[in-house]
Design a protein around this ligand. Structure first.
Ligand SMILES: Cc1ncc(COP(=O)(O)O)c(C=O)c1O
Length: 403
């Protein structure tokens, strides 16, 4: 490539995914023979259930291997409408459903279809790493609003009110959250809905990807269900990746106003076209088939969450709140900032903490700066109890050895 070749300005607006960078670095160390424990991954360690795999195999045998309508087959749209009705009390019709190759492109398609330069998107921080970059790629302006541990990592009505300007186009909610696991209660959503009712120009995108992963009898609600007056300006995003352990199958979906869904169809029809036909048939089975495995998996995650929260709180200088859902915790490492590791390195930031932890104890976590709230880090507990126990021992030893 010649030196004069120029990449796009859009590319300059984004940074590479920090979570993928951590996984890459951990894999490099593993290949070099180190005993690395990766707590960076954002995917279930469980397998896709057999009934879903069988549906995919059957789809291949039946020759369902051709192009489909760009934003999904009618059978999956029907299954999604039934899911929204059954689980969220939301009445969407198939013309209000968008299906794309993962939850990520659903969100990106919505931003591409709606954002113009100057349009602001309110993003509670800490946030999933991709949100601000997707907004930037689509020419919008991300407006992060810090929601620290004192606010239980959740947006308050006061903070929302203060962040809204005449340029606000979207509020982006994520419950349960990646990276904190925090989930909004019915009352907390009511408080946010009341603010939104005063600002009719603000639309709501809610990323409900971890809906099924909530613990301790937490009752899950999504915002359009709480306030029907918001239904016509809410995009309810969900997918099969996390609940059904189908990250590699690439199916995400959303329900929203028909005008928005039509605009998103225009985007997908000129970019990726349809998500994999076989995966779509597998997703029909995921949504329509047995849900019996969910409580069992939820119980396993809850046990790991409790173990991880206790283990992290037992480490000197770390404080870890107990989140309501997802498979992440987000401990503060404020208590170790300024300390020195046995190698002589001073821990000045959460990035230093993560780098030294990987170097000294071969435990991979993702530093908080990547999620927009420091000093903290994200631990994914979607891995075996044995690996988690060993990782906690190493983290405790690492913190005890700081001086
Ligand atoms: C909050 C959140 N939303 C969306 C996604 C994307 O899901 P998918 O793999 O279906 O694109 C993820 C995946 O990590 C996520 O954590």
């Amino acid at each position: 490539m010649s030196d004069t070749f120029r990449f796009s300005d859009a590319l300059d607006r984004v940074k590479p995914s920090a979570t993928i960078a951590v996984t890459t670095k951990a894999n490099e160390l593993k290949r070099a023979g180190h005993d690395v424990i990766g707590l960076g991954a954002g995917e279930p360690d469980f397998d896709t259930p057999d009934n879903i795999k069988e549906a995919a195999i059957q789809a291949i045998r039946d020759g369902k291997t051709k192009y489909t309508p760009a934003d999904g087959i009618p059978e999956l749209k029907e299954a999604i409408c039934a899911k929204f009705q059954r689980e969220n009390d939301l009445s969407y019709t198939p013309s209000q459903i968008h299906i794309a190759p993962g939850g990520k492109p659903v969100i990106y398609n919505a931003f591409l279809a709606t954002l113009n330069p100057g349009d602001e998107v309110i993003i509670p921080a800490p946030y999933w790493v991709s949100y601000p970059d997707m907004v930037l790629l689509a020419s919008g302006t991300p407006v992060p609003v810090e929601c620290g541990p004192n606010a239980k990592y959740k947006l308050t009505p006061e903070a929302l009110e203060a962040a809204i300007t005449p340029n606000t186009k979207w509020l982006l909610l994520n419950s349960p959250s990646n990276p904190t696991g925090a989930a909004y209660t019915k009352d907390e959503l009511r408080g946010l809905a009341d603010v939104l009712l005063r600002h009719p120009q603000v639309w709501v995108m809610t990323d409900d990807m971890y809906e099924h992963l909530v613990y301790d009898d937490f009752e899950y609600f999504t915002i359009a269900q709480i306030e029907p007056a918001l239904f016509d300006r809410t995009l309810t995003v969900n997918g099969v990746s996390k609940a059904y352990a189908m990250t590699g199958w690439r199916i995400g979906y959303a329900g929203g106003p028909e005008k928005l869904i039509t605009a998103m169809r225009k985007v997908i029809s000129q970019t990726t076209s349809n998500p994999c036909s076989i995966s779509q048939w597998a997703a029909v089975e995921a949504l329509n088939g047995t849900q019996d495995f969910l409580p069992e998996r939820r119980a396993a995650y809850q046990k790991r969450r409790d173990m991880v929260v206790a283990g992290l709180n037992a480490a000197e200088g770390l404080t870890c709140p107990t989140p309501e859902g997802a498979f992440y915790v987000y401990p503060s490492c404020a208590g170790v900032i300024g300390k020195t590791s046995p190698s002589g390195k001073v821990i000045e930031t959460d990035k230093d903490f993560a780098a030294e932890l990987l170097e000294q104890e071969k435990v991979a976590i993702v530093f908080g700066e990547a999620f927009g709230l420091s000093p903290a880090f994200r631990v994914s507990y979607a891995t075996s109890t044995e690996a988690l126990q060993e990782a906690l021992t190493r983290i405790q030893r690492f913190c005890a050895n700081l001086s």
